[in-house]
Design a protein around this ligand. Structure first.
Ligand SMILES: [Zn+2]
Length: 97
């Protein structure tokens, strides 16, 4: 069977491997969340990384009183940290009120 072009989604992996044929067998982007595996991202499944995530959030909560909570958004498949979502307090009191 000959390989036809077309009829398939062209994603980041496609272009990555296209430009780096040598690295064809290396997985460079996670399939579950499109993260670059060369990037050393924090992973919530890793105990030490989770402590760093907690530490980051704790520091931010202390530094920014208007932040009510921070949600670390991680990939449900592999646990890689994707982003932090901050929830801001409404009706916050100004110091001295
Ligand atoms: Zn993932």
């Amino acid at each position: 069977m000959t390989k036809l072009n077309g009829n398939k989604p062209l994603d980041r992996n496609y272009f990555r491997y296209k430009d780096n044929p040598k690295k064809k067998n290396e997985k460079q982007i996670t399939e579950c969340c499109d993260q670059d595996t060369e990037h050393d991202m924090l992973n919530a499944n890793n105990k030490e990384d989770w402590l760093l995530i907690e530490d980051y959030i704790e520091r931010n909560l202390r530094e920014y009183p208007s932040t009510e909570s921070i949600t670390p958004i991680v990939c449900k498949e592999c646990g890689r940290l994707k982003e932090y979502i901050s929830k801001l307090k409404f009706n916050r009191k100004l110091p001295g009120d």
